[in-house]
Design a protein around this ligand. Structure first.
Ligand code: NAD
Length: 239
């Protein structure tokens, strides 16, 4: 397919999902019948799961940390970091991913709407900020507590919780003229709605992934392929 043109007047909003990290060896969420790395989401990624068994939740996220630390950014992460450098002040990256492969590839103007694997925060809404924490815990006794006494939980937005940074995301989408969505099935909300918000603002909307997402109809272009293979040559910048 021919390259997608980025004009000098364009502002680019990128949304990435689990698919962009697939070629780095991190399993997507729906790879095997709605499981994530062999787990049922409701057993490990919900407030109820945390209430029921913080040990199981930490076992799952400790395993994700271990896998994430071994993974390396792939050419799709690198291409987005390169695009940001070419579009100073006109590029914003929002990821649903909790791994840190985008920042390790060099992305800077980046928001993790579903949290970050390498941080923890108090389980209570006590006002304490999330803390850097990439430890892989062998059991619950190793997990620290906040000054208020609450147990530390992964800094992850569980299903049913409010995503992070929504005001900024809305603002960025409102200003954008081109939205690129990479490797997300279009089944997790509100992220699956971003393309509709962008269309409402008159933006061009491009999806890249090996299969059409559930919300494919909302895109002006659907490019079928693997992110690491297609993304590095997808855009042409008009001088
Ligand atoms: P999803 O698993 O629902 O969908 C993954 C999508 O990626 C699919 O549409 C698939 O076709 C596509 N894909 C697979 N290989 C690809 C490739 N090589 N290039 C491009 N696309 C490819 O993922 P989702 O929509 O992002 O929702 C999953 C949720 O689970 C997210 O909210 C995220 O927080 C979490 N999650 C995060 C990670 C991570 O941080 N790496 C991994 C799994 C799940």
């Amino acid at each position: 397919m021919s390259a997608i043109l980025i004009k000098p007047s364009d502002r680019v909003f990128v949304l990435t999902g689990a698919g962009i990290s697939a070629e780095s060896g991190l399993p997507t969420f729906r790879d095997s019948d709605g499981l994530w790395a062999g787990y049922r989401i409701e057993d490990v990624c919900t407030p109820e799961a945390w209430e029921r068994s913080p040990a199981d939740v930490w076992a799952f996220y400790s395993a994700r940390r271990a896998a994430g630390q071994k993974a390396q950014p792939n050419p799709a992460h690198t291409a987005l970091a390169g695009l940001e450098k070419q579009l100073p002040g006109r590029f914003f990256l929002c990821t649903q991913n909790v791994d840190d492969l985008h920042e390790r590839a060099g992305s800077v103007n980046l928001l993790h709407m579903h949290g970050e694997l390498a941080k923890s925060r108090c389980e209570r809404a006590c006002g304490a900020e999330p803390v850097e924490d990439d430890r892989v815990y062998a059991n619950l006794n190793e997990v620290g507590r906040c000054a208020c006494g609450g147990r530390l939980r992964p800094h992850i937005v569980f299903f049913g919780e409010m995503p992070l940074g929504m005001d900024r995301i809305r603002r960025e989408i409102r200003q954008s003229t081109l939205m690129l969505v990479v490797g997300t099935s279009g089944s997790v909300y509100p992220a699956a709605n971003f393309v509709h918000w962008a269309r409402f603002e008159g933006a061009r909307t491009v999806y890249l992934g090996p299969e059409a997402p559930l919300n494919a109809d909302a895109f002006t272009h659907v490019v079928e392929g693997k992110a690491g293979e297609v993304l590095p040559g997808l855009f042409h910048l008009e001088a």
